[in-house]
Design a protein around this ligand. Structure first.
Ligand code: COA
Length: 258
């Protein structure tokens, strides 16, 4: 069986490509299984600082869960298929930064996958939506919870209740994506961003990501207290000593992730 997920490496950046272009990279069990193996492996690999995830071909990032797998499946089997660990939760809790490079259709579970990532960079041709309503379903990969946090309740309601698709410009306007590039520039610009992030201390990145992610779940006062604790944790690292010393001596820092 061909690989459903391809892995490349450029410098300290791993690029994972969902590889079912004939099915618009719909997420089936094989994609999910291979993703977990790669993500497990990358998590332990000190040579990788950042992960970029994208879809094969020019048409689609991910056009949702594989609808073929829904047919004839009992609710109990579906519940089993949705057991932990789920790719969405792994992405959102992943210790290294993850960037979604959205090259085309970004629908249903694809949009949920993108929303689970830390940063979303899209092609001008990308199209976004949660079309589950048209199948008599609702988003099941965290979409009803992550989308309102990114785009507000009204925009999330509109997308979930209509199932309509929106283009990249509107997705950027409402905060669903962070940056939009021409299809020709998408890969280069995304890898530039990824390489810049991957050049920082892996340890400090982990702490920074943990702090920003906490904003999703903590009330502001608790979040600010948590940030102070994490700041002091960063303050205790060798990389902080190195970063400050390097700045004061006008030389580039050499990070040791300690
Ligand atoms: N699951 C399984 N197969 C899918 C799929 C999905 N989510 N999305 C697309 N495909 C398959 C199509 O069945 C088709 O396969 P085939 O060539 O064997 O018939 C192939 O991918 C190409 O899709 P097609 O529909 O022909 O492309 P299009 O350009 O006409 O339309 C979309 C593109 C995205 C509008 C359309 O494919 C679509 O609506 N997909 C479903 C999106 C969705 O509801 N996602 C949420 C799932 S919960």
């Amino acid at each position: 069986m061909p690989e459903a997920m391809l892995r490349e490496q450029e410098g300290r950046v791993a690029i994972l490509t969902i590889n079912r272009p004939d099915k618009l990279n719909a997420l089936n069990q094989q994609v999910r299984d291979e993703a977990l193996v790669h993500l497990n492996d990358i998590e332990k690999d000190d040579d990788i600082g950042v992960v970029v995830i994208t879809g094969a071909g020019e048409k689609s990032f991910v056009a949702g869960a594989d609808i073929g797998e829904f047919e004839g499946r009992s609710p109990f089997d579906q519940r089993h298929a949705m057991r932990s660990p789920r790719i969405f939760d792994i992405m959102s809790g992943y210790p290294k930064p993850v960037i979604a490079m959205i090259n085309g259709f970004c629908l249903g579970g694809g949009c949920e996958l993108a929303m689970s990532c830390d940063i979303r960079v899209a092609s001008e041709k990308a199209r976004f939506g949660q079309p589950e309503i048209n199948l008599g379903l609702i988003p099941g990969g965290g979409g009803t919870q992550r989308m309102p946090r990114l785009v507000g309740l009204g925009n999330a309601m509109r997308l979930v209740l209509t199932g309509d698709m929106i283009g990249a410009a509107e997705a950027k306007d409402i905060g669903l994506v962070d940056q939009v590039f021409s299809p020709e520039d998408l890969r280069e610009k995304t890898l530039e961003l990824a390489a810049k992030i991957a050049s920082k201390s892996p340890l400090t990145l982990k702490i920074a990501k943990e702090a920003v992610r906490a904003a999703d779940r903590l009330p502001i006062e608790e979040g600010i207290g948590y940030e102070r604790d994490l700041f002091c944790l960063a303050f205790s690292t060798e990389d902080k000593a190195e970063g400050v010393e390097a700045f004061l001596n006008k030389r580039p820092a050499v990070w040791r992730a300690r």
